[in-house]
Design a protein around this ligand. Structure first.
Ligand code: CUA
Length: 322
């Protein structure tokens, strides 16, 4: 698994902290109940009278009252009810804690789930400051984030266990999830609703940066793609725009503006390719272009028939998209 904390028990923010608090009540109570039920079952089996085929049926017990059993049942029902009420109270308190996250000055992100990748649009009151990226969110530490969840094709589910609970992305019914990262770090998320063949390879990374680092990252993302600095990279750009790449992908600052696949304006700055399928290195980018199906069968990108020197030029161009 490529990078990042992916653990409900290692909370990186207020929301996940509240959820792990709930877990600390649920786990011991449920373990206690399970052990008690198993002990009761064991006792019942151990005390059961052993009979063979020719033992006469004992119907005397039918008319006999068993005050001890009645008492045990009453106590068990009372304890169960009490424990359920405790769990109910703790759940309601957790829910209230989740709803109480202060949302002033929140960062707004619209996250769209596709089979099998994520598109993130960072909203801004000034439209010229909006930008789009894929499969990786950067958020500033200490600032609340409101993520609007949009399902583009089938139902997906947003789940970054160290930051927040799950929330589904349902086509035609936008929802929101809010969280705040209180510790810098890389938090791994995963689509948590079966959404087709490559559901397992639909990871999402949330990188919580110090506010200054976040501002620098966002400024870089807003900028159009850098002008290639070598002849080879320039040739790569020409190939990108002339071949089928530009029919699906967008690179800001060029004529490639299609939105059927991840925006590649700053692709080289990301951690992974194919929503966590591969580490984002030069050689992996080349291997992915040649045959994405080898790494993520069923993905929309077809294998590319491309001459080695053209692939090298394309690769040089993609590497320049920092
Ligand atoms: Cu998207 Cu599972």
């Amino acid at each position: 698994m490529i990078g990042g904390v992916h653990d409900v028990q290692m909370p990186g923010g207020a929301q996940a902290q509240a959820i792990v608090g709930l877990w600390h009540w649920l786990l011991p109570i449920c373990v206690l109940v399970f052990v008690a039920v198993m002990i009761a079952l064991g006792l019942a089996l151990w005390r059961a009278p052993r009979a063979s085929n020719d033992t006469a049926p004992d119907i005397a017990s039918l008319s006999k009252r068993e005050p001890k059993v009645t008492r045990v049942v009453i106590v068990a029902v009372a304890v169960s009810t009490l424990l359920l009420l405790v769990l109910l109270a703790v759940s309601v308190m957790t829910d209230r804690a989740l709803a109480q996250l202060p949302l002033e000055n929140a960062l707004h992100i619209e996250l769209t789930g596709y089979q099998w990748w994520w598109e993130a649009r960072y909203d801004d009151p000034d439209p010229s400051r909006m930008f789009t990226t894929a499969n990786e969110l950067h958020v500033p530490v200490g600032r609340p984030v409101i993520v609007t969840l949009v399902g583009a094709d089938v139902i997906h589910s947003f789940w970054v266990p160290s930051l927040a609970g799950k929330k589904d992305l349902i086509p035609g019914r936008d929802t929101t999830v809010s969280f705040r990262a209180d510790r810098a770090g890389v938090y791994r998320g995963q689509c948590a609703e079966f959404c087709g063949y490559q559901h397992a390879k639909m990871a999402l990374f949330v990188i919580a940066d110090a506010p200054d680092d976040y501002a620098r990252w966002a400024d870089r993302q807003r900028a159009p793609a850098a002008e290639p600095s070598s002849d080879e990279a320039r040739r790569g750009r020409a190939l990108f725009l002339a071949r089928s790449c530009a029919m699906c992908h967008a690179i800001n600052g060029t004529s490639a503006q299609a939105r059927h696949a991840p925006d590649l304006t700053h692709v080289a700055s990301r951690m992974t390719l194919g929503a966590g399928a591969l580490e984002n290195t030069s050689s992996n980018r080349e291997a992915w272009i040649l045959d994405p199906q080898q790494f993520k069968p069923g993905t929309n990108m077809p294998p590319q028939n491309i001459a080695p020197q053209d692939l090298a030029a394309l690769s040089a161009y993609l590497a320049s998209l920092q």
